[in-house]
Design a protein around this ligand. Structure first.
Ligand SMILES: [Zn+2]
Length: 289
């Protein structure tokens, strides 16, 4: 079998204005690279040393942001952070295999649920912050995830704070059935109260944001930002293709396509996010005084 090797990146090129259209993506490449030494970008297929990702863990060729755990992202964002509801967790999982998956997720992420919430200072500006973690059961929306996000909005409304929420999710948590789906309405209700109070809700869509999360609070923001090439959608592309019997265009459900169609306000490279969030928060604060 012939291994298709994508174009090697030039180390001295900047992160912007790359033509990735000619790079052939071979998903098998990923499996043939030794652990910890080389990585292949899941979006453009370029291979690189792990250390070349740098502190922001972005592809040097196309600026795709590799998936981060919530606490890793927190490190990149905040000056100060006071965590809320760290002990909120599912106490009585009664679906077969659910308890094992939960305990593995807790061990891997050091979190009790798929979202980290708290009060943060970003570039000196105060905000309530939520970060979903795709390493915790694919960032799925369980009833305790919903509870934590709802409480975050309630806290923000009571304290007249903006909310910044980083989404990363495979959708509703199927082990919890209807209880999971009900979180969509519960969170949207808390967001509505927060918005009626004239407060800012800013969403940052990260790779991947799909299913019930996209169908509710990920699309409720006053300002919606996204990371480059992040996968954002409701149903998977293959499901849609087999339903409509048509081939979908390249980059269907990617951040740039959503920007083009008005669902996203700006695609922001991860390296620029903290500064931009700080600016938006500062502008918002002026309006409130
Ligand atoms: Zn890439």
């Amino acid at each position: 079998m012939r291994l298709v090797v994508p174009r090697l990146m030039n180390l001295f090129e900047s992160n912007e204005h790359h033509d990735t259209s000619r790079i052939k993506v071979d998903h098998k490449v990923k499996d043939q690279i030794p652990d910890g030494l080389f990585l292949a970008c899941p979006y453009c297929g370029a291979q690189m040393y792990k250390k070349q990702l740098g502190p922001y863990r972005v592809c040097a060729n196309c600026n795709y942001g590799f998936r981060l755990q919530a606490r890793e992202r927190l490190e990149l964002l905040t000056d100060e952070f006071e965590e809320f509801d760290a002990d909120v967790t599912m106490e009585d999982p009664d679906f077969p295999g659910y308890a094992d998956k939960l305990s593995r997720a807790k061990k891997q992420t050091g979190m009790g649920e798929s979202v980290l919430t708290g009060k943060a200072k970003i570039e000196g500006q105060e905000a309530d912050l939520g970060i979903m973690d795709s390493y915790f059961m694919m960032g799925s929306l369980g009833s305790k995830t919903g509870e934590k996000i709802t409480r975050l909005f309630e806290h923000a409304t009571a304290n007249r704070l903006p909310v910044i929420l980083f989404t990363a999710s495979g959708g509703a948590r199927m082990q919890e059935g209807i209880n999971s789906l009900m979180q969509m309405a519960k969170i949207s209700g808390a967001i509505a109260t927060h918005q009626e109070a004239g407060l800012l809700y800013l969403v940052v869509l990260t790779d991947p944001t799909t299913g019930g999360v996209t169908a509710s609070f990920a699309m409720d923001g006053d300002i919606t930002l996204a990371e480059p090439h992040a996968l954002i959608g409701f149903a998977g592309a293959r499901v849609i293709e087999s339903t409509i019997h048509e081939k979908l265009p390249k980059d269907f459900q990617r951040a740039e396509t959503l920007l083009e169609h008005g669902f996203v306000d700006k695609v922001v490279p991860r390296q620029n996010l903290t500064t931009l969030l700080g600016k938006i928060l500062a502008m918002h604060k002026v309006g409130e005084d």
